[in-house]
Design a protein around this ligand. Structure first.
Ligand SMILES: NC(=O)c1ccc[n+]([C@@H]2O[C@H](COP(=O)([O-])OP(=O)(O)OC[C@H]3O[C@@H](n4cnc5c(N)ncnc54)[C@H](O)[C@@H]3O)[C@@H](O)[C@H]2O)c1
Length: 246
C-alpha cells in the first residue's frame, strides 16, 4: 500500500474539489503533517474539519492568495516552521472560465495567468528553496487535458495557462533533478467539481463511461508523492478516462 508516513505536505487549492480530495487521500495514507491553503478561508476550514473527522489528521490551515510572491514566501516559511520540512508541494489552486475568444478581456487573461502560472511559479520557487536546503522533495502541479487538446468549453486563456504549467514543470524538473527535487504534473480531464459544475460535461463522451472525481485525480497525486515514484520526474500523468491518449 502507498504510504506517506513521516512525510509533510503543502496542498494549495485545498478548499476546492480536487485539492480537498487529494488532501483527504494524503491523510488516509498516513501523511505526517499537512498545511492546507486556499484563498477561501471558510471553505478551507471546512475541508480541514472534514479530513480530521474522517482520518483524525489535524492540518494547519493558512489562507493565502498565491498571486502574491510575498504571501507565497510567508506561506512557505510558515509551513517549514510548523512542520520542520516540506516533502511534498501539491498545487491544486487554479481558475477557469467558459467562453469564446471574444469573451476574454485583458483583465480575465491576466487573472487566469496570475493564478494558474505566476502564482504557481512563485509558490513552487519558495518551496523549492526549502527542498534544496533539506536535500530533496516532490512538487506536483495540476495542469489539464485542455493544455494539449485546447479545451472543450473553456475560453482560450485557460488551456494556454495550463500549457505553461506543463512546460514550467519540466523546467523545474530539469533544475531540480540534481537537487533530488522531483517535479511532475497531473492532467485531469472531465472531473466533477465546483469549477466545472456548469460546463455541461457529457459522460457518454468519455471512453471509460463516466466523469472523473476528485478521488480519481488524488490517486495519481498520491502515487507521484510516494516513494514508488522516486524515479519519475518531468512527467505528466493523464487522468481523463481515455478521452485523449497522447
Ligand atoms: N475539475 C476539472 O475538470 C479540472 C480539469 C483539469 C484541470 N483541473 C485543475 O485542477 C485544479 C483544481 O481544480 P478543481 O476542479 O478542484 O477546482 P475548484 O474551483 O474546486 O478548486 C480550485 C481552488 O483554487 C482556489 N484558488 C483560486 N484562486 C486562488 C488564489 N489566487 N490563491 C489561492 N487559491 C486560489 C479556489 O478558491 C478553489 O478552492 C485546478 O488547477 C484546475 O485548473 C480541473
Amino acid at each position: 500500500m502507498f504510504t506517506l508516513e513521516n512525510k509533510t505536505a503543502i496542498v494549495t487549492g485545498a478548499a476546492g474539489g480536487i485539492g480537498a480530495a487529494c488532501a483527504l487521500m494524503f491523510a488516509q495514507h498516513g501523511i505526517g503533517a499537512m498545511v492546507l491553503t486556499d484563498v477561501r478561508e471558510d471553505r478551507l476550514d471546512a475541508s480541514a474539519a472534514a479530513i480530521e473527522k474522517e482520518t483524525g489528521v489535524k492540518s494547519v490551515c493558512a489562507a493565502c492568495d498565491i498571486r502574491s510572491e510575498e504571501a507565497d514566501k510567508a506561506l512557505a516559511a510558515r509551513a517549514a516552521e510548523k512542520m520542520g520540512r516540506v516533502d511534498i508541494l501539491l498545487n491544486c489552486a487554479g481558475v477557469s472560465k467558459t467562453g469564446s475568444l471574444y469573451d476574454v478581456s485583458e483583465d480575465q487573461w491576466n487573472f487566469t495567468f496570475d493564478i494558474n502560472v505566476k502564482g504557481l511559479f512563485f509558490i513552487c520557487r519558495e518551496v523549492y528553496r526549502i527542498m534544496e536546503k533539506q536535500g530533496g522533495g516532490c512538487i506536483i502541479n495540476l495542469a489539464s487535458q485542455a493544455a494539449r487538446g485546447g479545451g472543450l468549453v473553456v475560453s482560450p486563456d485557460y488551456p494556454s495557462s495550463k500549457a505553461a504549467v506543463l512546460t514550467l514543470t519540466k523546467s523545474l524538473a530539469k533544475s531540480g533533478a540534481a537537487r533530488r527535487i522531483r517535479v511532475n504534473t497531473v492532467s485531469p480531464g472531465l472531473i466533477t467539481t465546483e469549477m466545472t459544475a456548469d460546463f455541461g460535461y457529457d459522460p457518454k463522451t468519455v471512453p471509460l463511461g463516466r466523469l472523473g472525481t476528485g478521488a480519481d485525480v488524488a490517486g495519481a497525486a498520491l502515487f507521484l508523492a510516494s516513494d514508488y515514484a522516486s524515479y519519475i520526474t518531468g512527467a505528466c500523468i493523464d487522468v481523463n478516462g481515455g478521452i485523449a491518449m497522447i
